[in-house]
Design a protein around this ligand. Structure first.
Ligand code: GTQ
Length: 345
């Protein structure tokens, strides 16, 4: 590949004139934006242990009342992107949110898509578009773009969940904004009940439902049981994984980010090939050793880590007797839409 001319090779008067006309020569910058073979990535492998995060989140509960926070969240920020930019990866925002007993995080809606993965505590609910969703450990709850959502807590222990948003992407697109609203009137019926059985969908009067997001809550008990059934019925299957999909369309549950649950069999080491999308791993149950580029993380329950795209990832169950369960969020729907999705064997 040719060595290209540098900016310094050009006379100063020419450079000044270009800049004054809002013009830039491509050749000094060409290799930066089109690097050979593999993209440059700011996403670093980062591990956020829950044991160190949790006390800091509880302290936020003492330091900052809900009225001063609206959403009491510590953001899991990747230093490779600059902490202040609040990104785990180019398109993924991660936040650990705390709701204390009796608190209410007021209703709003916004353009970015969000999901919650419940980490601990019982008795909280998220109301999404009027549907009041219980929050139990391991549940996945969607708050898709434009849907009103508010969180409330009638239980007695703190509730913590992991927020996963496509905020960095929507912000980059200069399309990120929020609207504040009123307390929602809960309506009857819940998608997780209407769509509780795979392949069987409600047809109120010989018509399929047309809701864009018919299912908002994916109970962990169902995803876990599905993984165990798949593992038991297919003993040779290497990657025991399910994807959270829209039960009406069969497509990704949300627009830009993909959500999956992965089971590692007792003692299993799983090698995931390098793929273009960045990904996030969050341990729902068990302990996992993760190797990502040159980093080795020992992940305990409720720990979270991220991996840049175009790198293989190795996940090993630390237990020889119990399965481990991992929640995976990735940028694959976005990459597929962009036409850049690839797997490198
Ligand atoms: O719970 O609505 O972590 O609006 C960031 C922005 C959570 C939420 C976040 C949000 C929310």
């Amino acid at each position: 590949m040719n060595e290209l001319g540098r900016l310094e090779d050009l006379p100063q008067d020419y450079r000044d004139e270009l800049a004054s006309r809002n013009l830039v020569p491509l050749w000094p910058n060409l290799r930066a934006v089109l690097p050979p073979g593999v993209p440059s990535r700011n996403t670093r492998p980062i591990h956020w242990p829950y044991a160190t995060l949790r006390p800091l989140l509880m302290r936020a509960g003492e330091l900052t009342p809900m009225e001063k926070a609206e959403r009491r969240v510590l953001v899991l920020a990747n230093p490779g992107h600059g902490l202040e930019n609040m990104k785990a990866s180019p398109a993924i925002y991660l936040g650990m949110q705390l709701l204390l007993p009796g608190e209410w995080a007021p209703s709003h809606r916004h353009t970015p898509n969000a999901v919650r993965m419940i980490v601990e505590g019982r008795g909280a609910t998220t109301t999404v578009g009027g549907e009041k969703c219980p929050m139990e450990r391991g549940d996945l709850i969607l708050t898709p773009t434009g849907e009103w959502h508010e969180h409330e807590h009638d239980g007695s222990e703190p509730v913590v969940w992991l927020d996963v948003l496509d905020l960095p992407l929507i912000y980059y697109a200069e399309a990120s904004y929020a609207i504040e609203g009123q307390r929602q009137q809960p309506k009857a019926g819940r998608g997780d009940q209407a769509y509780a059985r795979g392949g069987i969908v409600p047809t109120p009067y010989f018509e399929r439902g047309r809701a864009a997001y018919p299912m908002l809550r994916y109970p962990w008990a169902e995803a876990r049981a599905a993984l165990l059934d798949i593992a038991a019925s297919q003993p040779d299957l290497e990657a025991v994984q399910v994807t959270y999909v829209n039960p009406e369309s069969g497509r990704d549950a949300q627009n830009n980010l993909g959500f999956h649950a992965l089971m590692l069999r007792p003692g299993q080491t799983l090698r995931l090939p390098a793929r273009s999308p960045a990904q996030v791993f969050h341990v729902i149950e068990g302990g996992v050793d993760a190797q990502i580029v040159a980093s080795r993380f020992t992940l305990a329950e409720a720990d979270t880590c991220c991996a840049p795209g175009y790198e293989p990832v190795q996940l090993a169950n630390r237990s020889a007797t119990e399965p481990a369960f991992v929640f995976v969020a990735d940028e694959s729907p976005l990459h597929r839409k962009l036409g850049v999705y690839e797997v490198r064997a």
